[in-house]
Design a protein around this ligand. Structure first.
Ligand SMILES: Cc1ncc(COP(=O)(O)O)c(C=O)c1O
Length: 392
């Protein structure tokens, strides 16, 4: 086992500093390594594994998704699972049309193209995309230009043009949103990688109003915070607004790669056949699995579970911060929380790992918690206890 791992670790490009153990099995909200050590999972594959591991319903959905014998046919032909999933997404959101793809960054790249296609029909120079301080939208050239992390961006300049970062401040946005040149503003209602910052509902409402006044599209990136994670199915519901475009991905297909761009009819009308594409997006296998995931997460009892237990988790984390001189701040909502710690976050992550708890970071001094959405009170409490030990 060890020799195989050592060889394959060398063969994989070193873009991640991976934890040393090999994860071989999962059950419920726990993972097990090759030596049989168990880990309580507060990462969920970075907000992907909403239903945890070895979920019977999800496994059944994957098995029956194979019944037709058709995993993929391309988007040259119609298949019913994708069409049904799009209908569900439209029925349960602001959107009129859906484009399926394979990841978060791909969804955002698509959203930028759609915004530009719409904008160019309004005014010839209208093309700029504005992202916010602290934003993370992906690692491809367009999305990297909309990601506010110098260390991710610098080695790869020049990035895609016409994309810039503005402060999370309505006054600044008022001065930069020129209707003649700006196509769209992209915002995560909860900034995940940027330190778990829940944007104020008043800010989002103000931004919605401003973008409407300036004829600028509002793109919400709900790749990490959507699909129930905040206790409502879409994070925008907390602010009582709707966007023009929304991107989603991570939990959509139970761990299979899938993303989507949801949009209003006005945006959809600007896109013509041939304007965008993807070989795999929305294929019958992933879409069938995603239909199951959608039904499980778009469920009143599930959303109530997340809201209730998330509120309890927030209280427990704030109480822990009250007992500790090593926690500077606690931020979050539902099942997405960040703790600013005095130590390096990576040291807390490593100590938690030793104790059998998986957590991840969101910046140098922020520990991020993203438990599977099905996690119950006892496991949440166990995680908090282990985290307190790890923080020290
Ligand atoms: C808010 C947000 N947008 C975009 C992305 C990029 O998604 P992917 O890694 O699937 O390309 C992420 C991934 O962490 C994210 O959290």
């Amino acid at each position: 086992m060890t020799t195989v791992l050592a060889a394959s670790a060398d063969a994989i490009l070193g873009t991640y500093r991976r934890a040393p153990m090999e994860l071989v099995r999962g059950a419920g909200v726990e993972l097990f390594d090759a030596e049989g050590k168990r880990y309580l999972d507060f990462v969920a594959g970075i907000a992907v594994n909403a239903l945890g591991y070895a979920d019977a319903g999800l496994e059944q959905a994957m098995r029956s998704a194979l019944d037709s014998g058709v995993v993929h046919v391309s988007n040259l032909y119609r298949t019913s699972a994708g069409e049904r999933l799009a209908e569900k997404l439209v029925e349960h959101s602001f959107a009129d049309r859906v484009f399926f793809c394979n990841s978060g960054a791909e969804a955002n790249e698509g959203a930028f193209k759609m915004a530009r296609r719409w904008a160019r029909a309004q005014a010839p120079a209208k093309h700029e995309i504005i992202a916010l301080r602290g934003a993370f939208h992906g690692r491809l050239f367009g999305t990297l230009a909309a990601t506010d992390r110098p260390q991710y961006r610098m080695p790869f300049r020049p990035l895609a043009g016409g994309i810039s970062i503005a402060e999370r401040d309505l006054g600044e946005l008022e001065s930069v949103l020129n209707p003649e040149t700006v196509a769209a503003v992209i915002v995560e209602p909860v900034q995940g990688e940027g330190g778990v910052r829940v944007l104020e509902p008043e800010f989002l409402r103000g931004l919605r109003q401003l973008t409407q006044e300036r004829n600028v599209l509002l793109i919400l990136d709900e790749i990490q915070c959507g699909y129930g994670r905040t206790g409502t199915f879409w994070a925008y519901e907390h602010a009582g607004i709707t966007p023009d475009i929304l991107t989603t991905a991570k939990p959509m297909a139970g761990g299979l790669p899938m993303g989507a761009v949801l949009m209003t009819q006005a945006v959809a009308d600007a896109m013509q056949p041939g304007d965008h594409g993807t070989t795999f997006g929305g294929g019958p296998f992933v879409a069938n699995v995603a239909l199951h995931v959608f039904d499980r997460l778009h469920d009143a009892a599930m959303l109530q579970h997340i809201a209730e237990h998330g509120a309890w988790l927030g209280d427990a984390l704030r109480a822990m911060a009250g007992r500790s001189t090593k926690i500077r701040a606690v931020r979050g909502i539902g099942f997405i929380w960040g703790l600013d710690v005095t130590d390096a976050a990576k040291d807390v992550v490593a100590r938690a790992l030793d104790l059998g708890l998986l957590v991840c970071s969101a910046g140098e001094h922020t520990v991020r918690l993203l438990p599977p959405l099905v996690m119950g009170r006892a496991d949440l409490a166990r995680g908090v206890q282990l985290l307190e030990q790890a923080i020290g």
